[in-house]
Design a binder for this molecule. Structure first.
Ligand code: EPU
Length: 428
């Protein structure tokens, strides 16, 4: 008899009918790119941690599984996560989990610092190109770690990390985070020069300092860490995750393309000044508000040029949304991607909706058309998927975004949130 193979569960689709103006208040949650790192930081010391404002997204579930694989207990109650870290952890990040989300590489630093070794499956590339970890490895090597790779795993060893001066070739977010989490338990002083300056880095440093670490300079290009040596030097802490500036940007882009007036509740204007400036240049009225960010779209937007840069520059994560906006703006905008080589792939999907975009290596030339037309499209990653959803809000007719599980990796029920301000978005 033939063996039965159950069909894989069909990936959900998001169905958007364009044309509705957005009005009202939409609430932004805790930042994915901070929550995941705060969860990794708990591995540094035994105890019971409470994280609040944790988004209900797939990547947080995957990081919970990864922590469980090391021996931790993780429980969710609403937006709160309780993580109980035992006195002994297994410093291994298994392939089955790592292959599903690349951010798992941030357990390398804390595992190494706590256990003197770490075995982490190599993450490989993803849908927007190769994702090397050479800067993580080089920085940790400066702290005394030794590395070898076998059977798809990177194995780091160092019984006693020593503080050092590390100069990063590029202000990599992940490398800065791994170095921070390793050096807090190193002997002596570590300085990270050309460190990443993102709000999520500041959030991580705040949590580490609550745990007993001695870090100064977070948010600037030079971070100094006075190592706190010894088994009891660090302890558990409670922390509330910083608000998600990329989710906030998604809703600002949604109203920009659909038209209307919204308040993005909980959004931090001071964390997204460059984006708000760009949206202002495009003709949107946008300002900080007592509850978050207020935005009004009085007319069709006009095109601008955009170039992605590390924080406080225009984030690469905002770029897909800006391309969707430029697709229907008045004039021509040139978009330059300086961080991820392959992060233009979703543009083929936008073309299927009638966008007039030419790409050439790191550049996209976007000629605005009067209106996009709804079409079946496919999400290739989190932000590309959200950008297609946004494009659908401004398009004529129905857009069906397939592979919406990518969007769920980083957004807590985006369809319901957008419906709350009048968008016609459902699942099928
Ligand atoms: N890079 C290297 N070598 C390294 C590390 C990075 O060449 O060792 C390169 C990367 O290939 C890339 C650039 O440096 O070209 C920036 O990478 P970075 O390390 O700063 O990014 P990341 O830590 O891998 C985080 C976010 C991304 C966000 C980038 C840039 C998380 C989980 N991910 O990635 O967010 O785009 O910083 O700001 O924090 C997303 O949320 O959808 C997302 C992709």
């Amino acid at each position: 008899m033939a063996e039965e193979h159950p069909l894989p569960e069909a990936s959900p689709q998001l169905v958007v009918r364009g044309g509705a103006r957005l009005e009202g208040t939409i609430r932004v949650g805790g930042a994915k790119n901070s929550a995941l790192k705060l969860m990794a930081a708990t591995l540094l010391a035994e105890g019971s941690y409470r994280l609040r404002n944790v988004p209900r997204i797939t990547d947080v579930e995957l990081m919970s599984d990864l922590l469980r694989a090391t021996g931790c207990a993780v429980e969710r109650d609403g937006d709160q996560l309780t993580i109980v870290v035992p006195s002994v952890i297994e410093p291994v990040a298994p392939y089955e989990i790592v292959e599903q989300f690349r951010a798992s590489i941030v357990v390398l630093g804390p595992m190494l610092a706590r256990c003197g070794e770490a075995r982490v499956a190599l993450p490989g590339g993803d849908d927007f190109g190769p994702r090397p970890i050479d800067m993580h490895v080089r920085g940790l090597t400066e702290l005394g770690a030794e590395f070898d790779t076998a059977h798809g795993y990177i194995h780091a060893r160092c019984p006693n990390l020593l503080g050092a001066r590390v100069l990063l070739e590029f202000p990599s977010v992940g490398a800065t985070e791994n170095l921070l989490m390793a050096s807090v338990r190193a002997k002596g002083t570590t300085t990270i020069d050309n460190a990443a300056r993102e709000p999520e880095i500041i959030d991580l440093c705040e949590m580490l300092n609550k745990m007993g670490a001695q870090i100064s300079g977070a948010g600037s290009s030079t971070i100094t860490i006075e190592g706190v040596d010894g088994a009891d030097a660090l302890h558990c802490a409670d922390h509330s995750v910083v608000s998600d500036r990329i989710e906030a940007a998604t809703y600002l882009a949604a109203v920009a393309i659909a038209g209307g007036e919204i308040i993005v509740e909980g959004a931090r204007h001071d964390h997204m000044v460059m984006l708000c400036q760009k949206l202002g240049d495009m003709g949107m009225r946008i300002s900080p508000d007592a509850h978050g960010i207020w935005a009004l779209v009085p007319r069709r937007l006009r095109s601008v040029d955009c170039s992605t840069l590390p924080y406080p520059g225009l984030a690469t994560d905002f770029k897909p949304f800006l391309v969707s906006l430029l697709a229907t703006a008045e004039g021509v905008g040139i978009v330059t991607e300086n961080l991820f080589s392959g992060r233009f792939r979703y543009i083929d999907e936008l073309r299927r909706m009638g966008a007039d975009i030419r790409t050439d290596s790191h550049h996209a030339v976007v000629r605005g058309v009067e209106r996009l037309s709804g079409a079946p499209v496919r999400a290739h990653d989190i932000r590309a998927g959200a950008a297609l959803l946004i494009a659908g809000l401004g398009a004529e007719g129905t857009t069906v975004v397939a592979d919406a599980h990518h969007i769920a990796r980083g957004y807590d029920d985006i369809a319901a949130k957008l419906r709350g301000v009048g968008a016609d978005v459902g699942t099928s």
